[in-house]
Design a protein around this ligand. Structure first.
Ligand SMILES: *[C@@H]1O[C@H](CO)[C@@H](O)[C@H](O)[C@H]1NC(C)=O
Ligand SMILES: CC(=O)N[C@H]1CO[C@H](CO)[C@@H](O)[C@@H]1O
Length: 530
């Protein structure tokens, strides 16, 4: 009897060891003060928690659910208060994203410092904290300082982005740098062309390489200084840690992005934040939408760009266009009052977007082209009218237009007639809707669920403590070897020198023979005269 009990106790003991053996501790650092980024990361962190892992998550959008065990949140929501009120629409008139980046670097550094400075976070990374982790997950957009934490805890790092990879990351993971390819959302503000001229490509080449150069020689060292300030001087060069990232989860699903070659440790993700269970609408809104028998239009410029940023003229164009529509318009407008609001327009400060998109009476979604909103529109089969403002939004809307599921208009030059025409054709011509439904089917038709796949890869990295077999040595190539720039330069130089030498020799020969010929003639002439 006692023998049996001892055996049972031993079994339970070993089972618990085994169980602990499968559960890992994961440090997650996601400092972007932007909800649309955070909802993507949260999709993965909650799924990892479900799998039994223990997570510490640094985020400005904590879930704050006391029932979530093994999920410690370090709340950096104060970063939203530090947030600068940028008028992105005004910005669009004046700059390309790739140039504008340099205006926000002070803010990026400040956010980095403020996050490192958080007392709860300090307790985690302090040298004597006793904290141990098996993996670090972090947003790889413009936050290289946090990569140093991977060294502090001696863990592999998985990078993650809520949109396609930024140029700086394309470079550091060893992807080919395609200076004029449409997947470079960094280049876009307005002027993205599917068939750029030679001159435009020259300009893109210059801009892209200048950005990569400045990023690595100015931005990285400043971030390195921040990392050293909080973690000590032992921190290796951040660029080297970045080149060693185990995996990168990139939010770019094939059917809805401009395809490009990626190194094998870039793993496509998507739709992490799209809810399977939609929360019901408020009674009022539900009633309004149900009663919109003609259908309704939903307009939102997202969480970063606000409709209140529209200048008077653009606003009045929107109002004039909406007032002529036979539909109800639900407008996410962040103010109490919209002067001149037509009767068929309802303004709401905050919109339960997925529930609105799910309503069967919805005809079209007027939006800013954010990737998360695009994914939501597709998953509810709603055609779109895009007014892109910044970052990857032009690219997303261009792709939607090329797939025939939407139209593109210009936010800095809103014209009521164009808007009416766009809404009417998308709403009444059923082919937009049909193509959107087809696209939804295409996205769903895949061998695995994207989120489960990302969980599998995360655990794969933990199991093997890194995945060097997926890493391409292209990441180690210096810039001048990428695309064989040095070889092309050498060939071009040799060619130019040869042509110049040959021309010089030919010229000399010509001059020499002219002389002889000239002499000959004058001799002949003299002889004739005799
Ligand atoms: C990067 O990986 C290589 C090969 O595994 C290793 O030798 C090097 O120390 C790593 N560098 C950093 C900064 O982690
Ligand atoms: C790995 C780990 O720390 N798991 C913990 C999850 O939470 C339960 C109960 O809250 C703990 O018993 C585990 O140790």
């Amino acid at each position: 009897m006692t023998g049996k009990i001892i055996a049972l106790a031993a079994l339970i003991f070993f089972m618990s060891i085994l169980h602990r053996g499968n559960a890992s501790r994961i440090l997650c650092v996601f400092p972007s003060a932007s909800v649309s980024h955070q909802v993507v990361f949260r999709g993965l962190t909650l799924a990892l928690r479900e799998r039994g892992h223990d997570l510490v998550v640094v985020t400005p959008n904590p879930v704050r659910d006391p029932n979530l065990k093994n999920y410690t949140e370090i709340d950096v929501s104060f970063l939203y208060e530090e947030n600068y009120e940028t008028d992105y629409i005004e910005l669009r008139r004046n700059a390309r994203w790739i140039d504008w980046f340099w205006n926000v670097t002070p803010i990026l550094h400040l956010f980095g410092e403020k996050t490192f400075d958080h007392p709860e976070f300090k307790k985690i990374y302090a040298p004597d904290s006793g904290e141990e982790f098996d993996l670090m997950l972090t947003e790889t957009l413009y936050w290289p300082a946090f990569l140093a934490l991977g060294k502090r805890f001696d863990v592999p790092i998985i990078g993650m982005t809520s949109l396609g990879l930024a140029l700086n990351l394309q470079y550091s993971v060893g992807n080919p740098i395609l200076t004029s390819h449409q997947s470079n959302w960094d280049l876009a503000m307005k002027e993205v062309s599917d068939s750029p001229t030679l001159f435009e490509r020259l300009k893109n080449f210059y801009d892209v390489w200048k950005f990569i150069y400045n990023y690595n020689t100015e931005f990285m060292p400043a971030q390195h200084a921040i990392a050293k300030k909080y973690l000590g001087n032992e921190i290796p060069e951040l660029g080297e840690i970045e080149r060693n990232l185990s995996l990168i989860f990139a939010n770019q699903q094939g059917p809805i992005s401009y395809l490009r070659p990626n190194v094998p440790n870039v793993i496509e993700i998507g739709n992490f934040h799209v809810s399977k269970k939609i929360k019901p609408l408020s009674k009022d809104l539900q009633k309004t939408l149900d009663e919109s028998k003609q259908g309704f239009i939903y307009m939102s410029l997202g969480s970063n760009v606000k409709s209140t940023m529209l200048d008077k003229k653009s606003r009045s164009e929107f109002i004039a266009a909406f007032s002529k529509l036979p539909y109800t318009v639900i407008w996410k407008f962040e103010d109490e009052f919209l002067p001149g609001k037509p009767d068929n327009v309802i303004i709401i400060k905050w919109a339960p977007q997925q529930a609105i998109l799910a309503h069967p009476n919805l005809k079209a979604f007027v939006y800013q082209g954010g990737l998360q909103s695009t994914e939501e529109a597709i998953s509810h089969g709603v055609p779109v009218i895009g007014f892109p403002v910044m970052a990857d939004q032009d690219m997303n809307v261009n792709k939607m237009v090329s797939l025939g599921v939407g139209k593109k208009l210009e936010i800095t030059d809103v014209k009521r007639d164009d808007l009416i025409e766009a809404i009417q054709s998308v709403a009444t011509d059923g082919s937009y809707k049909q193509r959107m439904l087809n696209l939804r089917e295409l996205l769903k038709d895949r061998p695995y669920d994207s989120l489960k796949n990302a969980v599998w890869w995360t655990e794969h990295v933990i199991r093997h403590r890194d995945v060097p077999h997926l890493r391409s040595s292209t990441a180690d190539e210096p810039w001048y070897q990428r695309g064989d720039m040095d070889v092309i330069f050498l060939i071009a130089t040799v060619f130019v020198i040869s042509v110049m030498t040959a021309s010089a020799v030919l010229y000399q020969l010509l001059v020499y023979s002219m002389k002889i010929f000239g002499n000959q003639q004058s001799v002949n002439r003299k002889e004739k005269l005799k």
